[in-house]
Write a protein of this length. Structure first.
Length: 671
C-alpha cells in the first residue's frame, strides 16, 4: 500500500475504531486522544508527502481501474504541490482542533460520536484534495456534506441545531446536483474524468465546445454551494448552532475550502470558458462585499466569524476569477490558520461566559484575548502576519479593478474583526490554565503558525501554477490596503473603546443599515416569503381544481353518458376503443416493461460480476497487502526524505522550534 493512501486512511480507521468501541471507552477524552493521535499521524504522513509534492514531483497511488460506459477509469490519489500542501493543511488543522476538542467536549453529550464523525470528516476532506479524478472527488464531496450535517446537528435535541443542519444539507445539495451534472458533461466531452488527461486536453484545445462550457458553469454551482457564496450562502450563518470545534473545522480547512479548491483545480476549464470565470468573479466579489458589511452588524461573535468566512472566501474567489489561482490558494492556507485561531479563541470566551452575545462576554481568559488579537490582525492584513502575505499575493497578482475591490474591503474587514475585540476581548482576566493544556496549546500553536507561516513562502504552493509575482513583492497597492486596515481598526477603537461622540452620532444615522445587514439583507426572509407564496398558490389551485374543474368534468361526463348510452353506435365505438386500448397496453407491456426487466437483469448480472471482481482483485488482495504494507510504512516514509529537499526540512525544523519555544514561554506567562 502506498504511503499516500495512509494520509486519509489513518483518520478513517480512527473513526471506525471510535464508532465501534464508543460504548467501551472509559473516559470521554479517550476518543478525543485517539482521534487527535490519528490526525497527528496523518499530519506526519502528509508532511512527508508535501515535501516531495512542493519539490515539483507528482506522487501517484492507483487503487483500481474500472470501466465507465466503456471507458477505462483509474481511481487513485495524486499529490502535486497544490493537493499535497492542502492535505498537510487539512491534517494539521484537524489535529489542532481535535486536541482542543478534548477540552471543549468534556462536558458535552455524545463525545464518542462527535470524535468519530470529526475523524471521518477529516478523512473525507483529505480524500477530496488528494483525489486524481472527479468521481472520487465527488464521493468525498458528498461524505463531507453528510458529516457537516451530523456535526452541525450534534445537539440534535435542540430545534435550532436540527433546523440548521437540515438547511445546510438541503442548500448545499442544490450545488451538488450542479456539480454532478458538470462532471457528466465533462465525461461526455472527453470520455474521462481524470484530472491529468482531461485538463491537459482542455488546455491544449483538443477538447472544447458547449459541453466544456456547460461543465464549467455547473462546477461553479457546486462551488457556490459548498463555499457559501451567493445565492447559496444562507446555510453558513445558521451552521453556528453546532459546537465551536465544528465551526472551526468547517470554516478553516474543510467544507467551505472545498469549493475554492475545486475551482482552482479545474482552472483550465474556466480559461476555456471565460464567461463562466467572469461570472464567478462577479458573484464572489458581491459576496465578499455584502458579507463584510453583514459581519460588521452582527451581535453574536460566531455569526461575525461566519460572515467573515463568506467574505474571505469571496476574496479568494476574486483572486481566482481575476487570473491568480495560486494567490487565491495562498490566502486559503493563511485563512485556515487565522480563522481556526479566531474560532478556538472565541470558543474559550463563550465557554467562560455561557453566551455568544458580544455585549455579554465577560471573564474572557487572557489566552482567548491574545489568540483573538493575533487572528484579527492577520485577517486584517497587518504585517508581519500570514494574512498580510496572502493579501499581498492577491493584490499584486490581480488586475487593477480587482485591486480596487480589495482596497475597498480592507477597512471594512478590519473594522468587523476589530469590533468584537474591543467589545468583548479587550480586557481579559487571568486564569490558571495548568490543568487545561488541551485548551491552551492548540491556541498557541495556531498563533505561532499565523505569525510565522508568512515567512516561509517556499511552502506555499510554489509551482503548481506560476504566480504572477513573488510573495515578497510588496507594491504601493499593498501598503494602501494596510493603511485601509489601520483606518478600520482606528474607527473601531474610537467607536467602542473611546466612545467618540462624533463616531457614535455617525453610527446612529445608519442604524437602519445595520438592522438590514444583521438579517443578512433579508435574503432568508425573501426566501421564506417566496416559499409561503408558492404554498398558498398551490393550496388555492388544488382547491380550485377539486371544486371547479373536477366537478365540471364529472358533470359533463355524466350528462354525455346518459344521452349516448344504449345506442348501438355508441356501444360499438366504446367496444372498439377498449379493444384498441388493450392492444396498445399489450404492446407497451412487451416493449417497455419486459424490455426494462431484461435490461435490469442484465445490468444486475454485470454489476454482480464487477463487484465480484472488485472483491477478488481489490478488497482481498489489498487486505492481504495491508499486513505486509503496514510493516514497510516506516521504510516508505523514510524514502520520501531526500537530499533534494533539505531547505524544506530546515524550514520545518525551524518552525517546530519556534512553536515549541512559544509554547514554553506562553505557558510560563499565563501561569
Amino acid at each position: 500500500m502506498s504511503a499516500l493512501w495512509l494520509v486519509p486512511l489513518v483518520p478513517l480507521l480512527a473513526a471506525i475504531v471510535i464508532a465501534t468501541l464508543s460504548g467501551r471507552v472509559s473516559s470521554p477524552s479517550g476518543a478525543g486522544f485517539l482521534a487527535t493521535g490519528a490526525a497527528l499521524v496523518s499530519s506526519a504522513m502528509a508532511a512527508a508527502v508535501a515535501l516531495q509534492g512542493t519539490a515539483g514531483s507528482v506522487l501517484r497511488a492507483t487503487l483500481t481501474t474500472v470501466s465507465l460506459a466503456g471507458h477505462p477509469l483509474t481511481l487513485g490519489l495524486q499529490a502535486d504541490s497544490l493537493s499535497a500542501t492542502l492535505a498537510l493543511l487539512v491534517a494539521a488543522i484537524s489535529a489542532t482542533i481535535l486536541a482542543y476538542s478534548v477540552w471543549y467536549m468534556r462536558d458535552e453529550p455524545s463525545p464518542a460520536r462527535f470524535f468519530a464523525v470529526m475523524s471521518l470528516f477529516g478523512a473525507a476532506m483529505l480524500t477530496l484534495v488528494l483525489a486524481d479524478n472527479y468521481i472520487l472527488l465527488y464521493v468525498a464531496w458528498e461524505i463531507v456534506g453528510v458529516c457537516s450535517y451530523l456535526l452541525i446537528g450534534h445537539h440534535w435535541r435542540e430545534r435550532t441545531a436540527l433546523s440548521a443542519a437540515l438547511k445546510a444539507l438541503l442548500v448545499t445539495r442544490i450545488g451538488d446536483v450542479g456539480l454532478l451534472l458538470g462532471i457528466a458533461c465533462l465525461f461526455a466531452a472527453a470520455g474521462t474524468v481524470s484530472y491529468q488527461p482531461l485538463l491537459t486536453s482542455v488546455s491544449n484545445g483538443m477538447i472544447h465546445g458547449p459541453l466544456v462550457a456547460a461543465g464549467a458553469w455547473l462546477i461553479i454551482a457546486g462551488a457556490l454551494g459548498k463555499s457559501a457564496q451567493a445565492p447559496l450562502h444562507v446555510w453558513l450563518p445558521d451552521a453556528m448552532a453546532g459546537p465551536t470545534p465544528v465551526s472551526a473545522l468547517i470554516h478553516s480547512a474543510t467544507m467551505v475550502a472545498a469549493g475554492m479548491y475545486l475551482v482552482a483545480r479545474s482552472y483550465p476549464l474556466f480559461v476555456a470558458a471565460p464567461a463562466a470565470l467572469n461570472a464567478w468573479f462577479i458573484v464572489t466579489a458581491l459576496t465578499a462585499c455584502g458579507a463584510a458589511v453583514a459581519a460588521a452588524a452582527q451581535r453574536d461573535v460566531k455569526r461575525v466569524l461566519a460572515y467573515s468566512t463568506m467574505s474571505q472566501l469571496g476574496e479568494m474567489g476574486m483572486a481566482i476569477g481575476a487570473g491568480a489561482p495560486a494567490a487565491g490558494m495562498v490566502h486559503l492556507v493563511a485563512h485556515a490558520t487565522f480563522k481556526a485561531l479566531l474560532f478556538l479563541s472565541a470558543g474559550i470566551a463563550t465557554k467562560a461566559s455561557g453566551t455568544n452575545e458580544l455585549t455579554e462576554l465577560h471573564d474572557v481568559p487572557r489566552i482567548a484575548s491574545a489568540g483573538f488579537l493575533v487572528g484579527a490582525l492577520s485577517l486584517s492584513g497587518i504585517p508581519p502576519f500570514a494574512g498580510f502575505w496572502s493579501k499581498t499575493a492577491m493584490t499584486a497578482g490581480t488586475s487593477q479593478f480587482a485591486g480596487v475591490v480589495f482596497l475597498a474591503l480592507a477597512p471594512v474587514s478590519a473594522f468587523y474583526i476589530a469590533r468584537p475585540f474591543f467589545i468583548a476581548f479587550r480586557r481579559p482576566i487571568r486564569q490558571d490554565d495548568s490543568e487545561a493544556l488541551t485548551r491552551v496549546v492548540p491556541v498557541l500553536v495556531l498563533a505561532a503558525a499565523t505569525a510565522s507561516v508568512g515567512f516561509a513562502p517556499a511552502l506555499f504552493i510554489p509551482a503548481w501554477s506560476a504566480p504572477p509575482t513573488s510573495l515578497t513583492a510588496v507594491d504601493v497597492r499593498t501598503w494602501l490596503d494596510v493603511a485601509g486596515a489601520l483606518i478600520g481598526w482606528a474607527v473601531a477603537f474610537g467607536l467602542y473603546e473611546r466612545r467618540a461622540p462624533l463616531l457614535i452620532a455617525a453610527a446612529n444615522r445608519v442604524t437602519f443599515v445595520g438592522t438590514w445587514a444583521r438579517s443578512g439583507f433579508g435574503v432568508d426572509a425573501f426566501a421564506n416569503a417566496v416559499a409561503a407564496l408558492v404554498r398558498t398558490f398551490s393550496a388555492v389551485t388544488s382547491r380550485l381544481d377539486v371544486a371547479a374543474f373536477d366537478r365540471m368534468i364529472a358533470t359533463a361526463a355524466r350528462a354525455g353518458s346518459r344521452r349516448l348510452s344504449g345506442t348501438p353506435a355508441f356501444d360499438r365505438a366504446i367496444g372498439m376503443e377498449v379493444l384498441a386500448g388493450s392492444r396498445r397496453l399489450s404492446r407497451f407491456d412487451v416493449d417497455v416493461f419486459d424490455r426494462a426487466a431484461r435490461r435490469t437483469a442484465s445490468f444486475t448480472l454485470s454489476m454482480a460480476g464487477l463487484i465480484g471482481r472488485a472483491d477478488d482483485q481489490l478488497l482481498d488482495q489489498n487486505i492481504e497487502r495491508g499486513a505486509v504494507g503496514i510493516g514497510g510504512v516506516g521504510a516508505r516514509v523514510g524514502a520520501l526524505q531526500t537530499g533534494r529537499v533539505y531547505h524544506y526540512l530546515f524550514a520545518v525544523f525551524a518552525w517546530i522550534a519556534v512553536v515549541t519555544l512559544s509554547v514554553v514561554v506562553a505557558v510560563r506567562v499565563w501561569r
